[in-house]
Design a protein around this ligand. Structure first.
Ligand code: ZN
Length: 466
């Protein structure tokens, strides 16, 4: 078993550092897990282990489920697997575990490897909380998503639909079972935005329950269609060429861009999406008028929050999260940049900030987000997010004061040099969002020189009031 856990071990160690464990504790966990018997319930095992070695249950669960999530993603990523395999799996294994890399040369080897590992894993991982009659179902590990299930005047409403993997389906079914709700009883499924961690189970839900009304904002629907087209269309050469040029103009090296395009060029994974039953607009009232739709462009331009006035509760999707500020850029989502331009959402930070204001005015008591913790102080959280962007604009304008730089250089100054590919993309993307905002306010200049995009400002802009 110790060998079976070789890949996760290396990655899990990074995770365990978050919990600030010492070497002795880490080794203890690895040792203890070798005692797990396939017939035992993983939950019970973790409960007992947690008591015995006095480490939190959450930590131990995370450890276990990390291995599982990794397996799922590999199996579900489907066709473009070879590229995915070489870039994302093979090279990290070669770096970290050269001996193991020799044994794993293709998908079949990898599948065998994980199927040995999977034998030790029980398939469910979910938690259900209830708050004022609203059930929060948390599923996943590396990206825990919260779905919300509750009754409004005899209607059963589900907010968001997680990922589309088998593992997610199983966990969702088990959560419904615990809540004694049948899939067929769900009347509405409201999707906050079109990202794959929020739309995944829609297809399955509709198949099992044709009467369910799938609801999504009309712009999110357009974006979802675009994404599905991209994920199905194998002939993407031209789009990829355009994106490659764009990334080079942001300051990335050609070789690096090639690697990134292989990894992110087509948006990665298979995308499940089903035609909705109800296209939503800002301020629509649905479910007997009890739920109000708030169009909140930002994280996606088709994002909505759902307000439940009777309870003073807002379901915020990814618009407002308790710890992180949601990513606003479009660089990692193929097609999104073009789409936003065409639909006048170029200055996305401005739209995001305005929709924060609108939500602030609702004075909701509680925010139930799509990830992370429940927010009991909405106004404070909104203020903190705004301050964060204000600081970031100030910092960026400081970096480029009379100092023309590429978006990449600005991003590295601002976010630090030590970024992996994915985080480098996100950092550039996030930087561009702020540069666009400054550009719309005529606070920065932009030129192209030798194929590179350069930004600078003549003044240091004091903190901009929103
Ligand atoms: Zn999300």
């Amino acid at each position: 078993m110790s060998k079976d856990l070789a890949i996760p071990r290396n990655q899990v160690e990074r995770l365990l550092n978050i919990y600030k464990l010492d070497e002795g504790q880490k080794n203890l966990i690895f040792q203890e897990f070798t005692k797990f018997k396939p017939q035992t319930s993983i939950r019970q095992f973790i409960k007992d282990l947690s008591k015995r070695i006095e480490l939190p249950e959450d930590l131990l669960q995370n450890f276990f489920w990390f291995s599982f999530d990794t397996y799922e993603v590999f199996l579900e990523s489907g066709e473009p697997f070879n590229k995915f395999f070489n870039n994302l799996i093979k090279s990290p294994i070669e770096n970290d575990l050269p001996d193991l890399a020799k044994e794993i040369n293709n998908f079949t080897d990898l599948r065998n490897f994980f199927s040995r590992m999977i034998k030790i894993v029980d398939f469910e991982y979910y938690k259900v909380f209830s708050l004022e009659g609203i059930n929060q179902i948390n599923i996943g590990f590396s990206n825990i998503v919260s779905l919300y299930l509750f009754t409004v005047r005899d209607n059963i409403v589900l907010i968001d639909a997680g990922y589309s993997t088998k593992y997610w389906q199983n966990a969702f079914h088990k959560a419904l079972n615990d809540l004694q709700i049948n899939l067929k009883e769900i009347d509405y499924c409201i999707i906050t935005h079109e990202h794959p961690d929020h739309t995944g189970l829609v297809t399955e839900l509709k198949r099992a329950n044709p009467d369910v009304k799938i609801c999504i904002h009309k712009i999110a629907h357009e974006l979802a269609k675009l994404r599905k087209e991209l994920s199905e269309n194998s002939n993407l050469e031209e789009k990829i060429r355009e994106r490659r040029q764009l990334l080079i103009s942001y300051g990335l090296k050609r070789e690096e861009v090639d690697l990134m395009m292989q990894r992110f060029g087509t948006g990665g994974m298979r995308f499940e999406y089903n035609e909705p039953d109800l296209l939503l607009n800002n301020n629509d009232r649905i479910v007997d008028g009890e739920l109000q739709i708030i169009h909140s462009p930002g994280h996606s331009v088709g994002h909505i929050c759902i307000y439940y006035p009777k309870k003073g509760i807002l379901f915020s999707g990814d618009h407002i999260l308790s710890k992180i500020t949601p990513h606003l850029g479009t660089l990692v989502i193929p097609g999104a940049e073009e789409f936003n331009k065409k639909n006048n959402y170029e200055n996305i930070l401005e739209h995001y900030l305005r929709s924060l204001d609108i939500i602030d005015e609702l004075n909701s008591r509680i925010i139930l987000p799509g990830h992370e913790q429940i927010i009991y102080d909405p106004h404070e959280r909104i203020t903190a997010i705004k301050n964060h962007h204000q600081n970031r604009l100030y910092e960026i304008s400081k970096i480029i004061e009379n100092n023309p730089l590429t978006p990449l250089q600005i991003a590295l100054h601002h976010f630090g040099e030590d970024l992996d590919q994915m985080n480098k993309m996100l950092a550039i993307s996030e930087t561009l969002v702020h540069l666009d905002y400054l550009e719309f306010q005529n606070k920065v200049h932009k030129t192209k020189k030798n194929g590179l995009l350069l930004y600078w400002s003549e003044n240091l802009w004091e903190k901009i009031e929103f």
